[in-house]
Design a protein around this ligand. Structure first.
Ligand SMILES: [Zn+2]
Length: 305
């Protein structure tokens, strides 16, 4: 029998967390970020692949998975990229009245953490995640948090998180060149923790206000000006994040991509680069082989989350 979401508060809570995290362009850009909520020992609702966080509702935009199986699989060694992604997709279970959807590519690490997990590509956390100096400073600001070096999304990142994951208690992960993940026993607690981390960085480092992101047919005026400042070649050759690798290719920079997402990702990228410079930090770019991973993934399964 299918799971009937109307008998449970979890879909409402998932949608609330997704809207709160997904309606701010300083926290999520394009299809980035995801939220999840566990129900009992085996079942978890998680944002679906290819859906934007702000579009998750109690009746759409998520998948139900058996997270117990995913946890056991990661503990045994998750296996290769495609194998692991097939395994995650095979854990999806039918939900009454909800269109079947593939779970997010990042479902693996959600399975490892406490009941509610909010994962965003927060620009504030990413100033720390994308600079040479950031994690050492972050360790002083958030003594209980975990700071992980960059791992490609998928089995590698899951294994790294598995080494530090606790199934209970609040937990904060700074993911190198990627984003922030917070886990908590409840939705309100997770939202508060997420907000507290972001505000502490924003205030602690006296960061400038985040620029407004306005819809535009091509590059927004703000992004065109920042691109001219940094130079097109510099942006194409120096990649800070998976999102930049996926959303900021030559055609995107020419204004010929899915421009809502491209403008959101570029505004975040330029904000992070500008703040790193303002703080007199050094940006830490992905290696050539880290970037090459996305060239193969782009043509296959990694569909912008
Ligand atoms: Zn992510």
């Amino acid at each position: 029998m299918s799971y009937d979401p109307s008998f449970d508060k979890a879909p409402e809570l998932l949608a609330r967390a997704a809207r709160a995290a997904g309606s701010r362009p300083d926290l999520t850009q394009g299809g980035g970020g995801n939220v999840s909520i566990k129900m009992g020992a085996e079942r978890m609702l998680v944002k679906a692949s290819g859906v934007q966080l702000k579009d998750v509702t109690p009746a759409s935009g998520y998948a139900l998975v058996n997270y117990g199986n995913i946890r056991r699989r990661i503990a045994d060694g998750p296996g290769g990229e495609n194998e692991f992604s097939d395994f995650i997709c095979a854990q999806a279970l039918p939900v009454k009245g909800v269109r079947p959807a593939a779970p997010s590519i990042e479902t693996g690490f959600h399975a490892l953490l406490n009941t509610v997990v909010i994962h965003t590509h927060s620009v504030y956390a990413n100033i720390l995640n994308m600079s040479v100096e950031g994690h050492a400073l972050g360790g002083k600001m958030f003594p209980g948090a975990e700071f992980l070096p960059y791992k490609s999304p998928g089995p590698q990142l899951c294994s790294a998180i598995n080494d530090r994951a606790r199934a209970s208690g609040p937990q904060t992960f700074f993911l190198g060149n990627h984003g922030l993940a917070v886990a908590h026993a409840g939705t309100e607690g997770a939202l508060e923790l997420n907000e507290r981390v972001n505000e502490s960085i924003r205030r602690g480092l006296s960061l400038p206000p985040y620029p407004a992101v306005r819809p535009s047919a091509g590059l927004s005026a703000h992004n065109a000006a920042r691109l001219a400042h940094y130079g097109r070649d510099f942006i194409l050759e120096n990649v800070l994040s998976p999102d930049q690798a996926l959303y900021c290719g030559p055609a995107d920079l020419d204004g010929k991509g899915g421009m809502d997402a491209v403008n959101e990702v570029l505004t975040a990228l330029f904000y992070i680069l500008d703040c790193i410079k303002l703080l007199k930090f050094t940006p830490r770019f992905l290696t050539k082989s880290d970037v090459a991973y996305f060239d193969t993934m782009k043509s296959k399964r990694y569909s912008r989350k």
